[in-house]
Design a protein around this ligand. Sequence first.
Ligand code: SF4
Ligand code: SF4
Ligand code: SF4
Length: 320
Amino acid sequence: MMSEMEQKLRSEAKALLEQGRVDYIIGYEAGSLKFTTTPLITNDKDDVDLLVISPFITNNLSVFLRETNGKAGIVAKGCDSRSIVSLIQDQQVSRENLVIIGVPCSGVIDIAKIETMVGKDRDEIDDIAWEGDKAVVTIGGARKEFSTREVLMDDCLSCEMPTPQEYDILLDEAGHLVCDKELSRSRIKELEDMSPEQRWTYWKNEFSRCIRCYACRQVCPACFCERCFVEESEPQWLSPLPRWQDNLMFQVGRMIHVAGRCTDCGECQRACPVNIPLRSLSKKMEEIVDELFHYKAGTDKDALPLMAHYELDEAEDFIR
Ligand code: SF4
Ligand code: SF4
Ligand code: SF4
């Protein structure tokens, strides 16, 4: 059944295209697999009936803004809208060319968590839907209820800004997300509790599995260099071969490059085909940026980007 938010999205998107206020719409349509969505980029007003809002709208669509010309109407959750603001700050996109259709987000459901809890593959599950603050999973007529903290993606568990702060149209009233920050950073805590030697071994093992597909980079709106440092041949910073040392250095370099831009959207970890826990790096980096510079990415479109300015009272104790 179509939700009120989905209905409003479709009529707003249609009006935007019909009135020529945008050249195209960037949103979500149902994916080919159960409980997935896929990006929809269209300038055809008949396609707006394909637009969906569901607990599975994972992609951070702002990544497409640099690849499309003209004026865009873009569907944005809280974290996506912060990525858009960050791109505006970095002068990668222009605010005048955007109509931001804000989704007050209830969090994205992690289908892998549900599959593990019910011991079934997604194809064997009939339905997953929110009923109040419970996720109801229906299998063969039987219902199972799960709490928000059990089913949400790790990044959503600690989301402080689920409702976009920057928008032109808001599809519903601002919502409130129940957070569990401790659970959200439990993997990071495990790493913090390790000795440096244990951490080194942990990441060595993880990055030995990296196949250097670059999916993590491609889905990330903060990774927007025309030419990535891993592809440079003069000088060649890294070997193109997926040796664990080079894989680790690729990710360390990437994390430094997205510092002050990463909005903890969780897309890099979700996209990784070999399930490397990349959020343990990106979230930690986001925390360090906040702690050292009192800076949260994408919260002020008029502010200078973190790496483009310097304050006299900034912490310098990391410079040795
Ligand atoms: S991080 Fe926040 S805004 Fe983004 S999908 Fe999760 S709950 Fe929604
Ligand atoms: S998505 Fe995963 S496997 Fe692919 S390059 Fe990134 S870390 Fe490596
Ligand atoms: S580094 Fe990962 S979590 Fe951060 S903005 Fe990029 S895709 Fe999102």
